[in-house]
Design a protein around this ligand. Structure first.
Ligand SMILES: [Zn+2]
Length: 331
């Protein structure tokens, strides 16, 4: 199932801003390229109800967004801006996953791709930042956790998902795993941040050096993520699929290809049964990379491992994976 909405095109983050409407069109093109035809169920996203958003964000945060919206838009942080259509787009983006839960629980579909923007993983309980207004994946994870599900969020966007980490840092029901380039915006996500209280061990940060390739992402999966996930025992998997880890991305320095993204996604999907898998578009700023990566991920969701490019190897990253293993995996 594809959940999306043309209203997500109407949010304009700024002139020449990398987080632009054409990103969503590129994702749509990637989905069409899978040629699922009538097997692809398309659903228009509906705005998230405020009570679902309030499970993740505090009332003051929502009041501020509504205030800026009432004024016709404005700047929230140096690189996050709202126009008169942004609040509507943000609520659609946050609502898509809730419809995904309903469709999956009704056995209407096997898996869901939420092609939405603005992205969400930098939005914290109290702040919009880093192009993100509401935390879309967190709204969905919180709804599932409140139903008694154990939720694994895999975030392979090149940037650390600081907002998602903050939402669930004290929450043992949600396992948050982030593979991200370090150093890079927003500068968070070191190895030693592992959750607090009875949630220690349910935040798993794997910082990777600039230039890291798929070989080391595959090792991170085998040596760190797979054992951690097995120990946690998730009943649902949500993927924060940012495609800015692709080597063509203009604002990051990782070395992945869409084939690496295909492999990582396919491995992750095997963690839970069909019917409990959802993917959210996060970042990614090269249009061709978004299209090829989306095609790869959508193919993985229907059980096909498609390599449109060659998997990458070599480069730095082996040390980072071994350090992460020592911190996150008990011997
Ligand atoms: Zn990103």
């Amino acid at each position: 199932m594809l959940i999306t909405h043309e209203g997500c095109l109407d949010h304009v983050a700024g002139r020449d801003h990398p987080e632009r409407p054409d990103r969503l069109r590129a994702a749509w093109a990637g989905i069409e390229a899978v040629h699922l035809d009538t097997d692809l169920v398309r659903v228009a996203a509906e705005a998230a109800p405020l009570e679902a958003i309030l499970k993740v964000h505090d009332q003051r945060h929502i009041d501020r967004l509504v205030d800026v919206d009432t004024q016709g838009g404005g700047r929230l942080d140096p690189d996050t801006r709202m126009t008169e259509h942004s609040w509507g787009a943000a609520r659609l983006a946050a609502g898509a996953g809730l419809q995904g839960i309903a469709a999956l629980q009704a056995d209407e579909v096997d898996a869901v791709f939420c092609a939405v923007r603005p992205p969400g993983h930098h939005a914290t309980p109290t702040t919009s930042m880093g192009f993100c207004l509401l935390n879309n994946v967190a709204v969905t994870a919180a709804a599932l956790a409140d139903q008694g599900e154990r939720v694994m969020i895999l975030d392979y966007d090149a940037h650390h998902g600081n907002g998602t980490q903050d939402v669930f840092y004290n929450d043992p029901r949600v396992l948050f795993i982030s593979l991200h380039q370090s150093p890079l915006y927003p500068g968070t996500g070191p190895l030693h941040e592992r959750g607090s209280g009875d949630a220690v061990g349910t935040t798993v940060n794997i910082p990777m050096p600039p230039g890291a390739t798929g070989e080391h992402y595959r090792a991170a999966w085998d040596d760190v993520i797979a054992p951690v996930a097995e120990a946690f025992g998730p009943t649902w998997l949500l993927i924060s699929a940012g495609f800015d880890g692709h080597r063509s991305d203009p604002i990051t320095e990782l070395g992945l290809s869409s084939a690496d993204i295909a492999d990582l996604t396919a491995d992750a999907l095997a963690i839970v049964p069909a019917g409990r898998r959802m993917v959210f578009l996060e970042g990614g700023y090269d249009l061709d990379a978004i299209a090829s990566s989306t095609q790869s991920v959508m193919s993985a969701l229907v059980g096909e491992r498609v390599h449109l490019e060659t998997p990458t190897s070599g480069g730095p990253g082996a040390d980072a994976v071994q350090q992460a293993r020592r911190v996150h995996v008990a011997d």
